[in-house]
Design a protein. Structure first.
Length: 63
């Protein structure tokens, strides 16, 4: 599990295509990259952070 604040800078790297911080789960690494690209294309912002109970949360703001 990723912990704040030590991992804060690394969380945003997760949105890079095929970027992973660990190998616990199999994945293609495209989901967050696609979400970030689509969000940016329509003028929004995406923020990644650790949830208090564990896990990753993505917040997308479109104005």
């Amino acid at each position: 599990m990723l912990k704040l604040p030590a991992m804060r800078g690394r969380l945003q790297m997760l949105a890079a295509r095929s970027r992973r911080l660990d190998d616990l789960f199999e994945a293609s690494g495209l989901g967050l990259a696609i979400a970030q690209q689509l969000t940016a294309t329509i003028g929004g912002q995406m923020r990644l952070y650790n949830r208090a109970g564990g896990g990753l949360a993505a917040e997308i703001v479109i104005r």
